[in-house]
Every structure is written in C-alpha cells, then in structure tokens.
Design a protein around this ligand. Sequence first.
Ligand SMILES: C[S@@+](CC[C@H](N)C(=O)[O-])C[C@H]1O[C@@H](n2cnc3c(N)ncnc32)[C@H](O)[C@@H]1O
Length: 212
Amino acid sequence: MTDRQIDIIVRRYASPPATSLGEPPKALVRDYLAKAFDLRELKGQTILEIGAGCSHYGRIFLDNGCERYIANDLIPERLAPSRIDDPRYQELPGDFLKIDLPKPVDIVFANLTMMFLVPLFPAFIAKIAKALRPGGLFIGMETNYWCPLSVLRRFADLKPNPARLFSPHRYAELYIRNGFVIERLVPFTARYGWTTGNWLLGTNFWLRAKKR
Ligand SMILES: C[S@@+](CC[C@H](N)C(=O)[O-])C[C@H]1O[C@@H](n2cnc3c(N)ncnc32)[C@H](O)[C@@H]1O
C-alpha cells in the first residue's frame, strides 16, 4: 500500500518542474493563510514544510521573520524552483516518514500534500507529533471533499492522481488521538469569503492543531 501510493506520487511528478517560482501572489496570505494563521506568529519560529517542492510559503515565512525554514519533499528536484538564497533556508529531501529531524520544530506546515497520503495518515500524523515540540503547531490546508466541486475536480484530473477522498473531521480526529488540541478546522473557497465555514461550498479547509 505504502509503496504504491509513493509510486503514484512519483509518476505524477515525472516531468521536471518550472525553473523558478517568482514572487508569491499577495492573495496567498490574504485569501488563504490568514484564515488559520497570523504572520506575527512567525517571529523566532522554526518551520518545517512537508511537501515543500514548488511551494510559495517558504518565501512568505522567511520574509515575515521566521528563524529557520526547513523544506522537505519526497522529490528533491521539486525543491529547486522554490529554493531560497537565505542562510535560514534548509533542505531536507526525501520521504517525510524516513527523514531524521535533528531537533523538534515549532511549526509543521503542509499545503495540499496530506491529501496524497491518506492511506498513510496514521504514520504521518504520528511523525508530525514527534517532529513538534510541546506547544508546537501543525498548520495545513487540504482539499475539502465534502464539497461536490472538489470531488468533481478530483475525478476530472486525469494525471496519475494520488489524492484520495477523506473526511476532514476524521483527519482532525487523528490529530486529537496523537495528543493535539484542534484550534481551527475551517472550510473556505479563496476569494469567496462568504463560503468560509460552509462544508458544502468551501473547496479547501485549514486545520490548525496544537500539540499538548
Ligand atoms: C500537490 S503538491 C503541493 C506542493 C506545495 N506544497 C504547494 O503548495 O505548491 C504535493 C507535494 O507533496 C510532496 N510529497 C508527497 N509525498 C511526500 C512524502 N511522503 N514526503 C514528502 N513530500 C511528499 C510531493 O512530491 C509534492 O511536491
């Protein structure tokens, strides 16, 4: 099961990514991140991003005062377009389940990555718990499959597709079982603020969970 899921992910990303990402779109903080996280919380924090290949968030975190940003991705080549020339930037390529973390971090972040790992949730969430210091935060945005539009999009995507339908509520339950307190579990569709909190209309959701 594990190897098959990883194999689909590797096949999905068989073609090389674009050379460079450029500036993060302003909407990424305004319409997305702000629903779960205040940039002022970044001060002095060490952040590990799982599935950080081609992510705009590393730039946002570093520009807003995080102390260290660690980019992890299963496919090392996907880290190149989002690589940042900054002494606080560090790469930790490889399967998150197999990497060694020298010491616990303050924040684990994941954007549209956990939905690829549904069969591996128990192992992933246990490792996230292990990677965080007590009081540390997990913050992640994934597709909300209670929303019919998201289900439609999932099956319209004809590339090898590791995303599996899952319940955000059951997903959050696994964090609780691993010693977290849920601080925010909220569906939303970016730009359409009125969808915030509506599980049928919000195409994505944020989970913010604090490790006890
Ligand atoms: C849909 S992409 C999202 C990328 C990025 N977070 C963003 O927001 O643009 C999912 C990423 O998760 C990575 N990934 C999948 N399985 C992983 C694993 N086991 N360990 C680390 N990264 C993984 C993939 O290689 C891919 O880069």
